[in-house]
Design a binder for this molecule. Structure first.
Ligand SMILES: [Zn+2]
Length: 125
């Protein structure tokens, strides 16, 4: 197995035959199962897609940035999905802001400027 300085040794030697250190790269690193996808990264991407009037987008950003931190610490997979969730989150929020501004533009374009947005005209008045 390799020592911490990168020299190859037989697996049963107590110290490196080249540099003499007794620290070796743990074989469990090689034998570990492939890292799993980070759950928050999956949640982030799904929430970014579903949008739900911007609520999903905000949660996608929260989960996405959290997933990035967890992946950086744990080495899990899912970094691409977390990035997708963050991008979709920002796009969703931008879309929401655009929709709101278009709505207000529409409200201010009606010929009754004092009329609240939810008023109902009865009998054509
Ligand atoms: Zn060595």
């Amino acid at each position: 197995m390799p020592c911490t300085n990168g020299h190859n040794n037989f697996d049963d030697v107590p110290t490196c035959r080249i540099c003499g250190v007794n620290t070796f790269v743990a074989p469990t690193v090689v034998l570990q199962a492939p890292p799993e996808n980070n759950g928050m990264a999956i949640a982030s991407m799904v929430l970014g897609i579903v949008w739900v009037y911007g609520i999903g987008s905000i949660l996608a950003l929260v989960f996405g940035y959290q997933a990035k931190r967890e992946i950086a610490r744990s080495g899990q997979r899912g970094s691409g999905m977390a990035t997708a969730g963050i991008v979709l989150g920002w796009v969703g929020i931008a879309g929401l802001i655009l929709a709101i501004s278009l709505w207000f533009t529409f409200i201010h374009s009606v010929p009754f400027p004092t009329c609240p947005s939810n008023c109902v005209h009865v009998n054509g008045s």
